[in-house]
Design a protein around this ligand. Structure first.
Ligand code: GRF
Length: 222
């Protein structure tokens, strides 16, 4: 006798790419997302984030970029591994390799990054130093879709923090990091719920209760 099994809707999944500490990855693992983290992939075998991922029982993979003759070969190997997990979304979380055009185009609209500045200000390394150097009053972080330009692309959510007169790189980066851990899971949640629409170079977020869903400014009203 055959039994009719109930149809289940398959849970969406996410692959996270890291290179180091993995605190944003951990924020994603701790968040209650409407998606499963299928794997954490690191290009760096020494990334401490790999140990954290294991503590959360998440599959970890190392694809050491040094084992490949060039960037393209690394990108191809990385894409092959990502596709094995069939994720709806790929999230860069402190992933320190520049990805080539082919890779970026392959994942267009489902590849996101977090950067510790209010983009388009201060792309690249040492965003906090750049902000302090320029004497900006407001700094923050951005979750954005990835394009082939580094730290550039349609902006999903930003969080702003006040720069205090006695801020150092350490104090400022710690305050920004707190906000990173808040907006990255939120961006993934919005994506997984199908509430993010990429419209040219802009992102439209549907059903936002208030502007606070896409812009956090926790300290600016103090
Ligand atoms: C974060 O500041 C992130 O915005 C940037 O790299 C850093 C990674 O930190 N892209 P972690 O590995 O997530 O702790």
């Amino acid at each position: 006798m055959s039994r009719v099994l109930p149809t289940t809707t398959k849970m969406k999944s996410l692959v996270i790419l890291i290179s180091g500490r993995g605190s944003n990855m951990q924020a994603l693992l701790e968040a209650r997302l409407p998606a499963k983290v299928a794997a954490v992939i690191s290009n760096n075998p020494e990334a401490t984030g790999l140990e954290i991922a294991k503590m959360y029982d998440v599959e970890t993979v190392v694809i050491d970029h040094r084992a490949y003759p060039d960037r393209k070969a690394f990108d191809v190997a990385l894409a092959k591994k990502i596709d094995f997990y069939r994720p709806s979304l790929v999230a860069l979380a402190g992933f320190m390799r520049v990805l080539g055009d082919g890779f970026v185009n392959q994942y267009k609209g489902r590849l996101i990054n977090i950067h510790p500045s209010l983009l388009p200000a201060f792309p690249g390394l040492e965003a906090h130093e750049q902000a302090l150097e320029e004497g900006v009053r407001i700094h923050g972080c951005t979750v954005h879709f990835v394009t082939s330009r580094m730290d550039h692309g349609p902006i999903i959510i930003q969080a702003a923090v006040r720069v205090l007169p006695d801020d150092t790189n350490e104090t400022l980066s710690a305050r920004v990091l707190q906000q990173e851990h808040r907006i990255y899971p939120e961006a993934v949640r919005l994506f997984m719920k199908g509430r993010i629409k990429l419209s040219g170079s802009h992102v439209e977020v549907s059903n936002v209760a208030s502007e606070n869903s896409v812009l956090y400014s926790p300290e600016l009203h103090k």
